[in-house]
Write a protein that binds this ligand. Structure first.
Ligand SMILES: [Zn+2]
Length: 75
C-alpha cells in the first residue's frame, strides 16, 4: 500500500480574501491595511474548515465561494 504516500494529490484550492484592518491612533475608525488572497492547502475533499497555513487562517465556505474574512490587528 503506497497510496497514502502519494504526494501529488491535488489541493483543495478553495479561496478567500483576507482583509487586515487596524485602528489608527486618535481615531475610532477601522481602516483596511492590507488585502491577502488565501488558498486552502488541505487535500481535495477534506473535512472541516479550509486552511491556509501560510497565513494561519481558516474559514468555512463552499468550494466555489470566495468569502471575505476580516482580521483586526492592534497597532
Ligand atoms: Zn479547503
Amino acid at each position: 500500500m503506497t497510496d497514502d504516500l502519494e504526494t501529488t494529490k491535488p489541493a483543495c484550492g478553495a479561496r478567500a480574501t483576507l482583509i487586515v484592518t487596524l485602528t489608527p491612533v486618535g481615531t475610532a475608525t477601522n481602516v483596511a491595511r492590507s488585502r491577502v488572497s488565501l488558498h486552502c492547502a488541505m487535500p481535495l475533499g477534506h473535512k472541516g474548515p479550509h486552511l491556509d497555513p501560510d497565513h494561519a487562517e481558516q474559514w468555512e465556505g463552499a468550494h466555489n465561494a470566495v468569502p471575505t474574512l476580516l482580521r483586526h490587528e492592534e497597532d
